[in-house]
Design a protein around this ligand. Structure first.
Ligand code: ARG
Length: 289
């Protein structure tokens, strides 16, 4: 009788762990990135206050040196292929203020954008974070990275809360009305992500094909993108930014690209539009690879 009870207990435990496992993973779909089909052409640069020409010049000088020495490509490649070892931890726990403020370079970012800025444990890393550390060293300042919603990066630079926005930020005319940009350091594009078993876009063979499919959907078709980004504007449309958007479908804004991909993997939305390299990395994480 005792033996039977023990066996029943083991069986129950095995069953429970199987249920728990399927609750975590069972519903989650694999996702795929249409990385060959670039929906836009964008360039990244850092955002500085229009008045802060000294900082803009220092950043441009650093970027020019990094480009000339080939170091910029090395940095970018090392974060793309995962060989980078750089991590950064803020020296103080809150945003520096008061008399000490000028000893700091305060960088505004949204650290949910691998490989440009993301967390490794509780430490920050990524292409922009590495360049931020080089800029702080060049200026002889202590680096403080201020992680905030992407929406807030430009206003925080404009208000002086942060000195520079380093957030995989796309240069465009509308943003230039509020802040200035350094020279460009990376070429990017928006791309589409769907569930791996999606059939809507399965026969697409070009960016134009994807655009045509997007334009053919109705309001029940939900496309996720990160709030305040060019990906969201491309999807929802933004007259000021010159994006027509897809008024036929439903655009859904998320705090981060990863949250949009999570909803996609859980079958809650139909597609995500995101910057190419972050799309590849976030999809890889979501797929557990
Ligand atoms: N390149 C896009 C834009 O400028 C997305 C940037 C998102 N960056 C981030 N750190 N979350 O709108």
């Amino acid at each position: 009788m005792k033996k039977f009870l023990a066996l029943a207990l083991v069986a129950a435990m095995v069953l429970c762990s199987m249920v728990a496992f399927s609750a975590c993973n069972g519903g989650k779909k694999q996702v795929k990135v249409f990385e060959a089909y670039e929906l836009t052409a964008e360039s990244y640069a850092f955002a500085v206050d229009k008045e802060n020409t000294a900082l803009k010049e220092a950043a441009n000088e650093l970027l020019a040196d990094l480009k000339e020495s080939g170091e910029l490509s090395n940095i970018i490649n090392s974060f793309f292929d995962g060989s980078a070892t750089f991590v950064y931890e803020n020296p103080v726990s809150s945003v520096p203020t008061g008399a000490d403020r000028e000893n700091y370079l305060v960088v505004a970012t949204n650290a949910y954008f691998p490989p440009f800025e993301y967390y490794e444990g509780n430490k920050l890393t990524g292409v922009d974070m590495k360049i931020a550390s080089l800029l702080a060293a060049k200026l002889n300042k202590t680096l403080y990275i201020y992680d905030m919603e992407f929406d807030a990066v430009i206003t925080s630079v404009d208000s002086g809360l942060a000195d520079i926005g380093m957030a995989g930020m796309t240069v465009n005319e509308e943003r230039l009305k509020t802040i200035d940009f350094t020279s460009e350091y990376y070429e990017s594009a928006q791309v589409l992500i769907t569930a791996a078993d999606d059939t809507v876009f399965a026969d697409c063979a070009s960016a134009d094909d994807i655009v045509a499919k997007l334009a053919a959907q109705d309001k029940t078709f939900i496309v996720g993108a990160q709030n305040g980004t060019t990906g969201y504007m491309y999807t929802a449309g933004d007259v000021d930014f010159g994006y027509d958007g897809f008024a036929n479908l439903t655009a859904k804004g998320y705090n981060t690209g990863a949250l949009a991909v999570l909803d996609l993997a859980n079958g809650k939305i139909n597609a995500v539009i995101l910057d190419k390299q972050p799309a590849i990395m976030i999809a890889r994480n979501s797929n557990g690879k």
